[in-house]
Design a protein around this ligand. Sequence first.
Ligand code: SF4
Length: 318
Amino acid sequence: KNLSVTYPGPRAGFMQPRKVVQAVDDVSLTLKKGRTLGLVGESGSGKTTVARAIMRLVDPASGEVRLNGQRIDTLTGRGLQQARRHLQYVFQDPYSSLNPRERAGSIVRSPLDVMNIGDEASRQARVNALFELVGLRKDQQSLFPHQFSGGQRQRINIARALAPDPDLIVCDEAVSALDVAIQAQILNLLQRLKRDYAITYLFISHDLTVVRHMSDDVAVMYLGQIVEKSSRDVLFDAPLHPYTAALMSAVPKLSTGRRRAPTTSIAPVDPPSPLNLPVGCRFASRCPMATDQCRAQMPALREITPDHWVRCHLVDAP
Ligand code: SF4
């Protein structure tokens, strides 16, 4: 809620103070149990930083993170370790996110050892069950990561994330390093796990076709801010923010395979630097509908219809 994250930027000059990069600016999101929230936006929009702040891999400058009602952004030591049990991360790269010198069984078991969950026998039984659950054989536990394909390595990552029985799994570009056929297998595995175990996902991706397939709700980020959030169907079928509309018009329709005629387009200029953000709408330099008001005044994120939030001066409630 109202999450902001800043990073120190470069110095403005010799002996000058450092500039501040506002990576995430006043972001509020609700993840509902057993549902998937897709988080989309261009590279540099702040998606991964939001996830890292939720996971306590970076400390927010302001705002709060609650898990089942309890604040976790203020926890330290043992309290933080307990909370981490409920939050797990599946990283983008199945090749570099596994220790090459550790056997697959030991990798999947490591959260149980680190968090001291169960006894020896129950940990091994859990690892056996997880290998079966993600479609790997029990005898593959003794193999090293280089002996698996990319898709199998991502299955190991997913099994490791499932090991402590988390409430939330953050999938950060979890299939983008895989080829399309393997992507489909991993996405179907994630969907099946969600259905069978009521897992909640925060699904970060730049691939809107994948986000549409996976998500119940979607939030769109631009330069550190949420510009639109709603249910998946509303966002893909009737987007209201010009940036979302331009993104969605590039997604082929499932029924025809054709792209929709663009309702709006993004001007071919670079977005503003996060070190030098405009005072008004951050999308104004690329928005074909920008007005003087847009350039002078930051639009607020407003609820246009129930659960449909948009940050644009030109969008009014019906
Ligand atoms: Fe475009 Fe103005 Fe809306 Fe920003 S506020 S998205 S510049 S129309």
